[in-house]
Design a binder for this molecule. Structure first.
Ligand code: PMP
Length: 289
């Protein structure tokens, strides 16, 4: 059976979910998106994702042609149509069809698409043993360019960095910002642990303000763990006791090696494991609310 995709107000078969070659999302990466989890039939952190989509669109001056409630309903309709209880959702809004020129005023109908998929990004083994990452030479775009807080369809810096990771035999790439501080990975935020305290780069370190990152900060508070949003460098990562990444797709994945250096004893550490397990509980609890 073909999967159903939501496209501008309708659920259509995958084969019929086609985008015009004049769509500026296709021509220029002109659009915004969200990666969202549905656990136990419920959208995880619904408000945070929808608000972030609206904020991204606001900065790019794209008017989403649906209300927030309608978009939420479209997500649930797509999940139901594909018989999912747990799913990964890709929600996309492009500026819509225009001409070959850059003129955004000629694009009148932004396109809204919802794709639902079953997803496990990394194998169970990686969650047990951790992944290795490498610093990419491609930096995260500075906030006076397209602000990384905008989750735009233009992910080329991150894709270049991910290609660097692939050639280095690593699962992910660590991206620095223009100051040389640690920003994030290509599709995940980063946390380090040193002497029992957690650190993650602040929002102004040229990062996407990850929904999962913010959930982990909440979990730290619940667990009574000290966690701060402060800038740090690769030196802090190399000398950390533990490191892990967070994202809607990966959820929480331990990092055991960075640029060939082992982090801690080269195994996922106790605090990472504690938060990983608390995250599982948090998600279960959220699904029952
Ligand atoms: N940083 C980047 C660049 C990302 O693409 C993502 C994934 N959307 C994240 C961080 C993690 O964000 P979230 O927890 O909201 O999925």
């Amino acid at each position: 059976m073909s999967i159903k995709i939501f496209m501008n107000g309708q659920l259509v078969d995958r084969e019929d979910a086609k985008v015009s070659v004049f769509d500026h999302g296709f021509l220029y990466g002109d659009g915004v998106f969200e990666g969202i989890r549905v656990y136990n039939g419920k959208i995880f952190r619904e408000k945070q994702h929808i608000d972030r989509l609206w904020d991204s669109a606001k900065t790019l001056d794209i008017t989403i042609p649906m209300t927030k409630e309608e978009v939420i309903e479209a997500i649930y309709a797509t999940v139901r149509a594909n018989n999912f209880t747990d799913a990964y959702i890709r929600l996309i809004v492009t500026r819509g069809e225009g001409t070959l020129g850059l003129d955004a005023n000629l694009c009148h109908d932004p396109l809204v698409v919802v794709i639902a998929q079953a997803l496990s990004l990394y194998s169970a083994d990686f969650y047990e043993k951790g992944i290795k990452i490498v610093t990419a030479s491609t930096i995260r775009n500075p906030s006076d360019s397209i602000n990384p807080r905008v989750k735009s369809l233009n992910y080329l810096n991150n894709i270049m960095a991910k290609i660097e990771a692939y050639y280095a035999g690593c699962e992910e790439a660590l991206m620095l910002n223009h100051k040389g501080d640690v920003a994030e990975c290509t599709g995940d935020n980063i946390f380090i642990v040193k002497n029992g305290k957690l650190r993650t780069p602040p929002i102004n370190a040229c990062i996407l303000e990850g929904v999962t990152r913010n959930v982990v900060l909440e979990i730290c508070q619940e667990l009574g763990l000290e966690a701060s949003e402060t800038a740090f460098t690769r030196h802090d990562v190399y000398t950390a006791d533990e490191c892990f990444l967070t994202g809607s797709a990966a959820e929480l994945i331990p990092v055991v090696g960075v640029d060939g250096r082992a982090i801690g004893d080269g195994k996922p550490g106790p605090i990472t494991r504690r938060i990983l397990s608390a995250f599982g509980d948090f998600v279960k609890k959220d699904g029952q609310r």
